[in-house]
Design a protein around this ligand. Structure first.
Ligand SMILES: Nc1nc2c(c(=O)[nH]1)N[C@H]1C(S)=C(S)[C@@H](COP(=O)(O)OP(=O)(O)OC[C@H]3O[C@@H](n4cnc5c(N)ncnc54)[C@H](O)[C@@H]3O)O[C@H]1N2
Ligand code: MOO
Length: 428
């Protein structure tokens, strides 16, 4: 008799995984030029004002505003040009009454000046004599020291993904080396005697191993380091040995396949043979109901389904938050938000479903549209999915136009704990 497994609710399963200790975030430093896509391991605090001096936002003339008082079309005011500065140079002396300095964008405002007149508003009567036809106030056309940010301001917290804007800040504040989270090493093993390597031609009854590469990409998408450890035939001894060796090498280990109750489904036996502590072996969700997670000698072992869509969803719900946590992200779960269901979903639903879908905009509303073959064994409907629509279990299906909870697959900002009150669908 095959063992009867007891499914546990998704939120309970996520909690169980998150409660396992270990996998704390650790930091290293890397060169700035390699920092894009990594995660900051320290808060980024401004150690000087930006800009660090008053500067001109325009090409023009720096003047003392009070000298322009009363200027108009009929009575232009003249200034004597006493020099010129470009960005990067500092004017060497105080500017006095009636004097102006030709100044370029980015140059420091000379001492004594408090306004800039754009070149287009100036009549250049000669190289040394200019006139203007309107009055300026103190502070006109000046980018003030500290107007962008002031010394001491916390600009970006630890746990922020280094995007192009963060790279600009790191450069601004002189980070030659950047403190970032060490990427967790995630071992990936595919199991199944039906699996061919990607380069091999198809043979009867066999398929190519797509899950391992898919998961490597999922690991990379969150910022982990995938370690592809090959594929194994359905041979228990070989699997036990490979898993045991792999656990020495990586922080977290994932296998795909063999998680169900069939004759060659060895995940439960592997866990037992290695003295692991199973957290659960069935989750009340589809796809991915056979997802099995265990702690083996203090390390997390994820036995994900062999079915590609189930493997994909199992990763996003259970592996992703562990990796995010070890990358200093304070919101490790998929970002949860709402959208309108774009298509009827007639399947009866005993378990919560996570349906692969695209997110489109329609008359100002976000519409999530299930796409492709909605079967656990489908591989094509994963490509191009923007979101997972979460449809609560216990219904006979859902109608287009209903409000649904969705989980964004590409959003790094994430959610803290998206599972409470999960996915009560409502009429939108
Ligand atoms: N009697 C029962 N049978 C099944 C149950 C059940 O509860 N009772 N659960 C079904 C569900 S739900 C799922 S999901 C699958 C999960 O099976 P396994 O995790 O044991 O996976 P396999 O049987 O090894 O493979 C399933 C399917 O996926 C293909 N596969 C496997 N590895 C890969 C890979 N690396 N790349 C691409 N495709 C892969 C494999 O060839 C199979 O077609 O069990 C159901 N059965
Ligand atoms: O676990 Mo299976 O993917 O539920 O279909």
């Amino acid at each position: 008799m095959v063992e009867k497994r007891k499914p546990i609710p998704v939120d309970e399963a996520v909690r169980a995984v998150m409660n396992v200790g270990g996998n704390e975030a650790k930091k290293e430093t890397i060169p700035l030029a390699n920092s894009y896509g990594r995660v900051l391991a320290e808060d980024l605090v401004a150690d000087h004002d930006v800009p660090s001096f008053d500067r001109s936002p325009y090409d023009g003339f720096a003047i003392r505003a009070e000298d322009s008082a009363g200027a108009n079309r009929n009575r232009p005011v003249h200034f004597r040009v006493i020099g010129e500065i470009g960005a990067g140079t500092v004017f060497p002396r105080e500017v006095n009454a009636g004097e102006a300095v030709r100044i370029m964008t980015g140059a420091q405002i000379p001492n004594g000046c408090d306004a800039v007149v754009m070149l287009e508003l100036v009549d250049e009567d000669s190289e040394e004599d200019i006139s203007i036809k309107r009055a300026f106030s103190s502070g006109d056309n000046i980018s003030f020291q500290g107007e962008d940010t002031e010394k001491g301001a916390k600009l970006v917290p630890k746990g922020t993904l280094v995007d192009p804007g963060v790279v600009a800040l790191l450069a601004t504040f002189g980070y030659v080396e950047v403190p970032v989270a060490i990427r967790p090493r995630v071992g990936i093993i595919a199991t199944g005697s039906e699996l061919l390597d990607v380069h091999e031609p198809l043979e009867p009854g066999k398929i190519r191993n797509s899950n391992a590469y898919m998961m490597a990409a999922q690991v990379e998408r969150v910022g982990g380091e995938p370690v592809l450890l090959g594929k194994l035939p359905d041979d228990l001894n070989a699997c036990v040995e490979a898993v045991s060796n792999a656990l020495q090498e990586v922080d977290v280990l994932i296998t795909t396949g063999g998680a169900s109750v069939g004759d060659y489904d060895y995940v439960p036996d592997i866990i037992e043979r290695l003295g692991g502590n199973p957290l659960f072996n069935k989750v009340a969700m589809r796809p991915g109901s056979v997802t099995t997670v265990a702690e083996i000698n203090g390390q997390l072992f994820f036995g994900l389904s062999g079915n590609p869509s189930a493997c994909f969803v199992g990763f996003e719900l259970f592996v992703r938050p562990i990796l995010c946590r070890s990358l200093f992200f304070d919101k490790p779960h998929l970002k949860r938000t709402k959208a309108t269901l774009g298509k009827d979903y007639p399947k009866p639903n005993p378990f919560t479903r996570f349906v692969r879908a695209t997110l489109e905009e329609d008359e100002g509303r976000f519409v999530a549209k299930p796409g492709g073959l909605d079967k656990s064994g489908s591989v094509t409907s994963i490509a191009g999915a923007d979101v997972l629509i979460a449809l609560p279990g216990g219904s006979r299906g859902y109608e287009a136009g209903m409000g649904v909870d969705i989980f964004l697959l590409e959003d790094h900002k994430g959610s803290e704990w998206p599972w409470d009150n999960i996915v009560a669908s409502y009429k939108s």
